[in-house]
Design a protein around this ligand. Sequence first.
Ligand code: FMN
Length: 229
Amino acid sequence: MSLHTGKSLSVSEALETRITARQFLDKAVAEDVLRGLLEKAMRSPSGGNLQPWKLHVMTGETLSKFKKEASEITLAGKLEEPTYPAYPSPLWEPQRSWRYKLGEDMYATLDIPRENKMGRIVWLAQNAKFFEAPVGIIITGDKRLDMPQHMDIGIFLQSLMLLAREAGLHTAPQGWWRNWTSVCHKYLNIPETEEVLVGMAIGYGDPDAPVNDLYADRASLDEVSRFYR
Ligand SMILES: Cc1cc2nc3c(=O)[nH]c(=O)nc-3n(C[C@H](O)[C@H](O)[C@H](O)COP(=O)(O)O)c2cc1C
């Protein structure tokens, strides 16, 4: 399925056309558009109205420097202690297979077979460049936050992603940054009391990039739900 680059006119359309874009055009997002998206996303609900998100929004020169250093660290293979692991380990079925399939489907669009381990690692490092997006956001939160507030932050992310579609933009949520926090602490004013929770790339998705043709599978409703009548 090819990338839908028009503006979404309904919530349903925004949901349907939102994908994780993994290649962006070299085209800036106007600051008023960006601020508008973030301001609207602040209407997201949160338990007790705690609004636990703290946003570090990078563009321009700062983003360029940040991406350069993050890529260097990543490609040098300097592993860091993640703030939170991305998944429970070991994963169980069916989630294990869903995750595996997502990876294989993505690498198929890129034509990087399983044997090409280095090719896959180099591609993964595109995360460190926010997939070339002109806007990179790191979301931090107080270290004392717990599961309910992390859910709130997820809701905020989804609001932002749908609003981006309404503006003709695409997004990539990135847990990646939980693994590479040193560069975040170096470039951003993150107090000692806060930690990196997630990142988000925002920009104009590249409709010609094969990786953006990936329209990830979903389970059927019946696989994940039970109706009680
Ligand atoms: C909180 C969160 C973190 C994610 N982190 C990453 C990431 O670091 N890198 C990446 O390529 N995709 C990341 N994804 C994208 C997921 O792989 C993607 O949402 C899932 O495969 C479904 O595909 P879709 O978003 O295209 O519908 C993340 C998604 C979420 C919701």
